[in-house]
Design a protein around this ligand. Sequence first.
Ligand SMILES: Cc1cc2nc3c(=O)[nH]c(=O)nc-3n(C[C@H](O)[C@H](O)[C@H](O)COP(=O)(O)OP(=O)(O)OC[C@H]3O[C@@H](n4cnc5c(N)ncnc54)[C@H](O)[C@@H]3O)c2cc1C
Length: 451
Amino acid sequence: MTDTDVDSVAATWSGAPKPPHSVPAAADIVIIGGGIVGVSTAWFLAKQGIDVVLCEKGYIAGEQSGRNWGWVRVQGRDTREIPMMLESLRIWESFATELGEDVGFFRGGCLFTANSTQQLQSFEDWVRIADDYGIGTRLIDAAELKQHAPGAAAAWTGAMLTASDGRAEPHKATAAIARAAERLGARVLGYCAVRGVETTGGSVAAVVTEHGSIKTSTVLCAAGAWTSMFCRSLDIDVPQLRVLGTVARTAPAENVLNGNLFDDRLGIRRRQDGGYTVAHGAVLEHPVTPSSFRYFFKFIPVLMQEFKIVRLSFGRDFIDEWSIPKRWDLDKVSPFERTRVLDPKPHLAVLKGIRRNLDAMFPSLADTPIIESWAGMIESSPDVAPIIDSVDSLQGFHVATGFSGHGFGIGPGAGKAIAGMLTGKNSGIDISELKLSRFFDGSPIRPQASI
Ligand SMILES: Cc1cc2nc3c(=O)[nH]c(=O)nc-3n(C[C@H](O)[C@H](O)[C@H](O)COP(=O)(O)OP(=O)(O)OC[C@H]3O[C@@H](n4cnc5c(N)ncnc54)[C@H](O)[C@@H]3O)c2cc1C
């Protein structure tokens, strides 16, 4: 990778800090977090002429939204997410004209491969769900799979294919949406950590940033992996844990695959620049922290579901989280400024595994160098579905988090739904099953999709 590489992923979260000169004294709505969920919400609010300010402690898309695989898929999703995701696909399609910027969206299809007839049959349940929504997912045999992945050497039995799924480029998309929101009047402030929220009589009165306070009656906390900690300081319990994913990209290479492909050993997709974004299909690392114990019982179902791919690690993360108090003074440097960007290191053993699996699966890429690698902390709710809700105990405070490993694709649709929640207007997207209370009212916690 060179310094002038326009497709550098790490450029998203590096470069000269650009703190705002000042913050607005007041706003109708303040959004905490400049990931795809926050900026998409800001864009939909700004389209309606609403006075919205978005505060991001580091860089727009500096955390999950700039580090993900770039898959934009409905295939395999939790049924509660499907209406939002289908709307999201329509929004992604419209971005080319609506944003006036290219975000690399392309419907190349999404493949989940099967190594046996039994594994192929296990996809049938989801194909039936897709049928109910008219999605057009189908099972394909090895011969048809070869047409979609001409360079693959693996002896797959077949695959589940959703041809209308696709990808977009994470290093472009979120920043482009933020710029479009700004053009419509939203104020998007980078290097502007929100330290906390001031309340009066049980309602939101202001957000306190490192650069001053903004009076407001409505706050959206879309703080990604920081949401649980932020909310805890307000006595709002949001169960959330993190897993680390290691990702890499290759130099441009010949066409061995048209779209996205997930195999037990490799997740791979063609990039707009002609390279491939690659990750291990079966390794996620959960750094054990005090939150792991706090939320252990709620996460048992997902741990049982994912026990083959989630590895526990014990180290610095435990002490880092332990050392953060439940509350802090809002006039002093907060934990959010201390960690401007959550920038975990890629796991070297996992990178070796990615290289090994890539070469075995796509032998003609064996000489294609990996030119960049990075890692990201994926945050998840106990049932791997998002939490999008207004908080009863604090009037005017709203949460949107828990998007797990699928929030990039659904981000624009989520933004539309959340804008509806914040303004009280019907967005046409049903989010009634994504309430925070489902983790506290005795409802069974049942993950439908994987992380
Ligand atoms: C390795 C990896 C692979 C993934 N692959 C895919 C994929 O292929 N497809 C897909 O759909 N999804 C994928 N995801 C998931 C997806 O990236 C996330 O679900 C999505 O980006 C979440 O967006 P967000 O806006 O909620 O959070 P984030 O992108 O994490 O944004 C939250 C922002 O809030 C900021 N913030 C936090 N606290 C404060 C504060 N107090 N003040 C101001 N700012 C604050 C943070 O700095 C951060 O930038 C992947 C994620 C990872 C890490």
